[in-house]
Design a protein around this ligand. Structure first.
Ligand code: SF4
Length: 462
């Protein structure tokens, strides 16, 4: 039995797992209150991303484009950034935070968005909007490196480094959820509340599960304020749940302001959630309350009802954001499932040496393949050409055709999920997430038995 960590052998990507860097910067932006980003590039860099967000959250939100055309691609298009900022500020009197998010085309033509911001700060803002609180933040997200994951990480670092200011020490901690769903944020806030921990929950998108109210609100918005971002420099510590989605911001605060950073664990499964609670307790001195011990007990009860008989030895393929994918693999192994294929889908060379990945390799008691820079063709190829047998796929909706074509049941996790109702509402983190995940996996297997007219339980009866 061996676990192999390797890079995809092919050049080129067939059916990518992630989209590009600007998407990640846009995801970070929607977590900030009174913020509308301007994506400096072709209109599609916004339109496509906005569509995927709306499909996932079933909400509408606002983001702008400088809408670069042929002439801009040849001669430069900074004039369009300047115009876009002006139009945005005129149209939205409440907007304060305007990230200028670059794209592949505008990075290639070399548009100096930092220079444009300087010019706007000294010109337009002073002349036309004197006294108005406006923050223009250049964010460089060329799409020919990294993916939406690194774009999100870079954007968080840029926002935090732009706003953080040393002031009076605070009793709060910074809490960076990473690329989470509203249901995850609710679950994480539940943990913080139960532990009586005051936190700056950063880039918080809980409101993207927005109620329809009599007042007729039509757009969702994030809730992290400028004040909260400023205060990050004064916190007693930072907990970034995901190494690749917020790790840089936490490291910046430690380096620049001496705010101790704890990176991880992504609290997927009981073991990782236990570790998170311990780290929160160590950082704040707050004890772990009985209520969370009870939540843990409920998760353990649900899991023990399922693991041995139904989940153990089931062969699973996983693709998702890297921290999520690794956490899911850890959880599967805790449940005695066999994550035989783990796909980490962009060119980040840090995945292969991530301690959690090395730990998976060390502890796998079955043949396991971990593929970096992977795409969905790797999954299809293993099923179609390499004889891979699977009982379950864990991943987002972009891989659903593999599930359909090869008859492998699939549990939707991660982003984007648009072919399961309300998926964004259910957590994968914390004890609640562990329960929901284990039950979803078991239910997917049970339903699959029905589809395949399998009348006998597929049980482990050793
Ligand atoms: S790859 Fe380039 S052109 Fe396409 S959406 Fe991303 S930034 Fe825009």
């Amino acid at each position: 039995m061996a676990c192999e960590i390797k890079e995809k052998e092919r050049v080129g990507v067939i059916n990518p797992i992630f989209t590009c860097q600007p998407c990640g910067a846009q995801y970070a932006s929607i977590g900030i209150k009174n913020c509308i980003g301007i994506v400096h590039g072709g209109q599609g860099c916004v339109m496509f991303v906005r569509l995927v967000f709306s499909q996932h959250f079933k909400e509408s939100f606002e983001i702008a484009s400088s809408s670069v055309h042929e002439d801009g691609a040849v001669f430069g298009a900074l004039n369009r950034v300047e115009e876009a900022v002006d139009v945005l500020l005129m149209r939205y009197p409440d907007v304060k935070v305007v990230p200028i998010i670059s794209t592949c085309s505008t990075e290639v033509i070399g548009d100096d968005i930092d220079g444009a911001v300087l010019k706007l700060n000294n010109g337009l803002l002073k002349e036309k909007y004197p006294g108005r609180e406006v923050y223009l933040i250049p964010i460089h997200t060329p799409s020919f490196v990294g993916s939406m994951i690194s774009g999100y990480d870079v954007a968080l670092r840029e926002f935090v480094s732009y706003f953080a200011r040393k002031g009076e020490p605070s009793d709060k901690i910074n809490f960076i959820t990473g690329w989470a769903n509203p249901g995850d944020v609710t679950e994480l806030k539940h943990i913080l509340t139960e532990m009586d921990i005051e936190a700056n929950v950063l880039f918080e998108i809980e409101n993207f599960d927005a109620p329809l109210m009599p007042s007729g609100n039509t757009v969702a918005h994030g809730d992290t304020t400028v004040e909260v971002l400023r205060d990050t420099a004064n916190a007693k510590g930072t907990v970034a749940l995901n190494r690749f989605e917020g790790g840089q911001a936490a490291a910046f605060l430690e380096r620049e302001f001496g705010v101790p950073a704890v990176i991880g664990p992504s609290p997927i499964g009981v073991r990782n959630t236990d570790t998170l609670l311990k780290r929160l307790s160590d950082m704040t001195g707050k004890p772990i309350p009985e209520s969370l011990v009870r939540d843990r007990g409920i998760a353990l009860d649900a899991i023990s009802d399922l693991t041995h008989m139904f989940l153990a030895d089931k062969r699973v393929a996983i693709y998702a954001n890297p921290d999520l994918a690794i956490g899911l693999a850890q959880f599967c192994m805790d449940l005695e499932m066999l994550p035989v294929l783990l796909l980490l889908g962009d060119d980040n060379v840090g995945y292969a040496t991530d301690p959690r990945v090395l730990e998976l390799k060390e502890h796998a008691w079955f043949d396991m393949e971990i593929v970096t820079n992977a795409d969905l063709w790797v999954l299809e190829d293993r099923l179609k050409n390499k004889g891979l047998e699977l009982d379950l796929i864990l991943g987002h909706s972009k891989g659903r055709f593999v599930s359909i074509d090869y008859g492998v049941p699939m549990v939707r996790v991660g982003f984007p999920v648009y072919d399961r109702a309300g998926a964004y509402r259910y957590p994968v983190v914390g004890y609640g997430g562990a329960t929901a995940l284990a039950e979803s996996m078991a239910n997917a297997l049970f339903t699959d038995m029905e589809y395949k007219k399998c009348k006998e339980w597929v049980l482990n009866v050793w």
